[in-house]
Write a new protein. Sequence first.
Length: 274
Amino acid sequence: MTTLNLTLLGAFREITAAELPPVTSAHSGRPLRRYALQLHVPDERHQELDAELRAAATPDGDHLQGSDAAWRVSEGWTASSQGRRPEIYVYRIEIQEVEILYAEAVEVEGLRIVPGMYRERADEDTITVTVVAELSDEDDEHLEELLREPGAWYDVIRRGISDTPVRMRFGRCLWQRTEEGGRRHHLELVGDEGSPETAPSALDLAARPGLDRALEQVAAHTDALSRLLGELRAGGVLSEDAVKAVEATAAPRALTPRERRELSRTDRLSDYWG
């Protein structure tokens, strides 16, 4: 048995706990402490404690604060009443140490990304990293080169969390122009190599394939307009050959990587941090 210092019901309390086998973090690989607790709470405060435990059981909730760590409450805690009025409620819960997951930098293929905002989650040991960062000049160009290869896998290091590389790919990556002339990126990195490919959601499929075909047509007409203007500047009039050339240019085609990235531009990047 050991004694833990936890904040419960608005006060810092010393609580006797039984140590449980640790679990290995999917993020950093280090062992995370676990304990079993038994709490006795009077009737008039048990609903307040219920609310605290429910919040502390959610991934992004208000975890229990201790003297040296925050603690997540494991699902499946129980409460039972004992004795006559006023009743005492006995809670049996398990808690697990919460990691602070904020990378000092994300390194991929020689590119060092310093986060302005950072979030990391693990779902069945699949790590997903979300980063908001500003890049300019060579760094921005380097990132764009990496994004031109959709589905490519890279060794990614999350400095401050783990120096062991994780194989990851880029997911949805949005960007916004900054007032200084650089670009602010909302980047998603997913470490699901070897996992079965998941089917797209109904929301993703709602506007397809019509949306894809419409985008191809837009790109085609953009090329046609560019060609038309070039012919007008060169000759001053439209000949029969020029008309045929414009019509040929308007044939549907696949988008270039640069055109696809332009579709990821937004004027409100903050809308996507949820």
